[in-house]
Design a protein around this ligand. Sequence first.
Ligand code: IPE
Ligand code: IPE
Ligand code: MG
Length: 253
Amino acid sequence: MSLDTVIAAQAGEKPGLKIPAHVAVIMDGNGRWATARGKLRTEGHVEGVKALRRLVDLAIRYGVKHLTVFSFSSENWRRPPDEVKFIFALLHRFVASDLATLIQNNVRVKIIGSRHELDDGLKRLIDDTQRKTAHNTGLELIVAFNYGGKSELLEATRRIAADVAAGRLQPEDITEQTVERALYTHGVPDPDLIIRTSGEQRTSNFLIWQGAYSELVFIEENWPDFSEETFVRALEEYSGRKRRFGGIDTRGP
Ligand code: IPE
Ligand code: IPE
Ligand code: MG
């Protein structure tokens, strides 16, 4: 068993179920969920927020310590402007309306991604939310918004290069820790499990450095249909995996 996991039996959940310390979720399939029901894609995004609330509750109940959710990618700007605008407004509304509940539930919120394209109101809301929840000690909820793994590494590279150019850092002193400290996720352990819904089997530029050794679980349901049953199924699949991190399993066959 990985050091980062605990047996959930003592939490009163299914015996033998391993709870990853850090779960990351690619919440995909909102559009297809809506289209299949003759609804607008935007209605799928609204349902997606409800599924996100369910996921946060589940993460708290099952004792997950860090939960990262992918809610808007740096490539999602390729969508029609109206859909992009709607998703931005939805994030704004989610953070504003759920802040009190998140505080009540002792959740610490961190929002990762590029800030350049965000308007001042949203930037203020993000700073406020992070500040108001910074001292909470329960679940850490990391919202990847306007996030792309490649642009995260690019920003990190620029910051490290600036240190080298200023003579503060020698190239030979750059280590994995130097890169990790320059990422949005500094201080957060790597995800143990990455779940993607909607049947797609790719990572779409999500946590490309941090996910190097994450277990990947692909779920057929679209994101708005995500339930406790889906969550437990993903945890069961994770619990059956052997994580070797490049080594060998020394516990026999
Ligand atoms: C995920 O659902 C939400 C975002 C990417 C913002 P999609 O909107 O990608 O839904 P599909 O994949 O088109 O069904
Ligand atoms: C990934 O889903 C991004 C989010 C879930 C926010 P996409 O729907 O953007 O991914 P692709 O385009 O199918 O790879
Ligand atoms: Mg999609």
